[in-house]
Design a protein around this ligand. Structure first.
Ligand code: M6R
Length: 615
């Protein structure tokens, strides 16, 4: 995890770095630091806490004049979050500085060897070992900094995106990547380095995304040279045109990114299906699917791997794919999949779902599936991300940057993409009747308006939030398509409000969780008219007779559940398979308001980071 930013050019580096770090705080925010070279020395400041804490400290400690520098926002792996463990780290001579996102797995033997050679260490980090290894290699072999970085990286096991500056080469910065993302923004006589393109989108729309095992030397007035770390071969880098704009990554008048992103859902769902769904013509077209249609239709099974919210979208997709296409589907946590020697057959299709496209476990699961001969299809949001590049084919969700750590619009756009894929395959396989196919297309097309309608539940969600904000526990129940929504509702609540919450299939309640129910237990029941309604009503009755407090998500106009529940939130009616796109909205709002009322940091909940690029 962690976010890195670097600048080499003619402007003041410090404000660019600070602003960039704020945009990357979603990657980690337990400490922050920056280094500016002012023409004489490496001025730096670092602190436990957020980028704003760094700002208050840096003005006294750091020279603000300098047009080359780097910054880091951390999510701790080795060493607790404190000032000393914060980046940048410096070599023993004080001449070389480094920022690092990743983990050096063999840092302990390397550290021992360096200690034997007289090196000392002030932090507990693996990164301080790496910067001293670079210095040692440079000293021993009398190498320029670029070469020294390359030789050192060839001794390292692990993952990294790094930025290295050496005072002896004051016009350049060395960057490298393996397993952690690194983008180079290309301006006129200036270059930017960052974990993603958000820190530099107002300066340039051209970027190079380094591939794994590549490095580059960046000088203000020279083209970027990219090389393979292992064998030093020169690579012709692909300069990509960025699709992001500044407005997309600012809060746009909302108090939090999460709320902004919840409200963006009607528009981004439209963006997701724009150009792909033509309801009147009865057409669904997605290039990645069309080009590989036979692989999908011949598949004997589809495996879905993902983590967190993306895994929940995968579970919804399991219901949709099996219902529409009759292809068997297995959904698995990527972290489990990669470590259990799974059976993968040549004809299997593996769908990897990831908002960031950088989740380490999902990436590793893809690599494993590829080794075993599966066809890998990525469903990612971040364009050019590692998972999208590592997949054989894929479809972007086009949700725009999701900054809030709690995933919201990623979930609904993932479901939208997956529904479209399932519909396309159903058409090709003939597993849905023509009328059902057309009905689903029409329903999907109007879903954005229905999501907008579901957002009108904000006030009632807020009122209910006020009643339950102090509850220590909460249970979420749903059946069928809405069982994964129950899991997702519980995840949203726990991650941003720190209330313990569990999601269960409603029918499983009597196999254990019912023991938890008493008058102090809020139970959120997802009970739309479409899908096992009567069964869910019975479950609600079981909760009621044990005095549980029932918050029910129902279809507009529902009378039966209204008569039983303590609170109801109404969403528009839709076809059963699409209900998750609506029922999830009030759950997002409920969690959001509870977290705000509890004074929690909604966009940056404790201990979390937006993209989990470590195991
Ligand atoms: O970027 P990804 O979709 O691969 O991320 C997966 C999970 O880390 C992510 O969904 C996480 O669970 C969110 N914080 C949930 O809101």
């Amino acid at each position: 995890m962690c976010g890195i930013v670097g600048y080499v050019g003619y402007r003041e580096a410090y404000p660019i770095i600070i602003k960039g770090l704020k945009r990357l705080e979603y990657r980690g925010y337990d400490s922050a630091g920056a280094m500016i070279y002012d023409g004489e020395s490496l001025k730096h400041s670092k602190t436990k806490g957020k980028v704003t804490d760094l700002e208050s400290r840096a003005s006294a400690e750091i020279s603000l004049n300098g047009s080359i520098g780097m910054g880091h926002t951390r999510w701790a792996t080795h060493g607790v979050p404190n000032d000393v463990n914060s980046h940048p780290h410096f070599s023993n001579s004080g001449e070389i500085s480094i920022i690092h996102n990743g983990i050096i797995e063999n840092y302990e033997p390397l550290k021992k060897e360096l200690i034997n050679r007289g090196y000392t260490f002030t932090s507990d980090t693996d990164t301080e070992v790496l910067v001293n290894l670079i210095e040692e290699v440079q000293r021993k072999e009398n190498l320029k900094i670029g070469k020294a970085v390359q030789v050192a990286l060839n001794q390292v096991v692990g993952a990294y995106a790094i930025c290295v500056f050496d005072k002896k080469y004051p016009d350049q910065m060395v960057v490298a990547r393996l397993g952690s993302p690194l983008a180079i923004g290309i301006g006129k006589d200036e270059f930017f380095v960052a974990s993603d393109a958000s820190p530099f989108i107002e300066y340039t729309s051209n970027a190079i995304y380094l591939e794994d095992e590549e490095m580059a030397i960046i000088r203000k007035d020279k083209p970027v040279k990219v090389r393979k770390i292992k064998d030093d071969t020169l690579v012709d880098p692909y300069v990509q045109e960025l699709q992001m704009n500044l407005e997309q990554i600012e809060k746009g008048g909302y108090d939090h990114f999460m709320l902004k992103e919840i409200y963006e859902q009607p528009n981004v769902i439209k963006d997701t299906y724009r150009g792909r769904l033509h309801a009147n013509e009865g057409i669904i077209q997605m290039a990645g699917v069309e080009d590989n249609l036979e692989k999908f239709t011949n598949a004997e099974r589809i495996l879905i791997v993902a983590c967190g919210t993306s895994w929940h979208a995968g579970l919804v997709a399991e219901y949709i794919f099996e219902e529409f296409t009759r292809i068997p589907v297995e959904v698995e946590y990527a972290s489990e999949f990669r470590y259990r020697n799974p059976i993968i057959n040549k004809g299997d299709v593996l769908i990897a779902i990831s908002q960031s496209g950088e989740t380490a476990d999902t990436l590793a699961a893809i690599k494993l599936a590829k080794e075993k001969g599966a066809f890998v299809f990525g469903v990612c949001n971040v364009v050019g991300s590692s998972i999208s590049r590592e997949s054989h084919a894929g479809a972007y969700t086009h949700a725009g940057p999701e900054i809030g750590v709690a995933s919201t619009k990623a979930f609904t756009t993932q479901i939208t993409v997956l529904t479209m894929i399932a519909l396309r395959l159903a058409k090709a396989k003939g597993t849905l009747s023509n009328s059902d196919f057309h009905r689903y297309l029409q329903e999907l097309e109007v879903i954005p308006e229905k999501v907008a309608d579901a957002l009108l539940t904000n006030d009632v969600s807020k009122e209910i939030a006020a009643k339950f904000k102090d509850a220590p526990n909460c249970l979420y129940l749903g059946r069928g398509y809405n069982f994964p929504v129950a899991l997702e509702g519980a995840l949203k609540l726990k991650e941003i409000s720190y209330i313990h919450a569990e999601g269960y299939p409603a029918a499983e309640m009597k196999h254990g969780p019912i023991a938890l129910i008493d008058e102090s237990m809020p139970v959120v029941v997802i009970a739309p008219k479409q899908g096992h309604y009567d069964k869910v009503v019975s479950n609600i009755q079981e909760i009621k007779s044990r005095n549980g407090k029932i918050i029910a998500i129902v279809t507009k106009g529902d009378i039966q559940v209204r008569g039983l529940a303590d609170f109801v939130i109404e969403v528009p009616d839709t076809t059963e398979a699409l209900t998750p796109l609506l029922t999830t909205i009030p759950l997002q709002l409920l969690s959001y308001h509870i977290a705000v009322m509890r004074g929690c940091n909604v966009d940056q909940p404790r201990n979390l980071a937006k993209s989990v690029t470590v195991e």
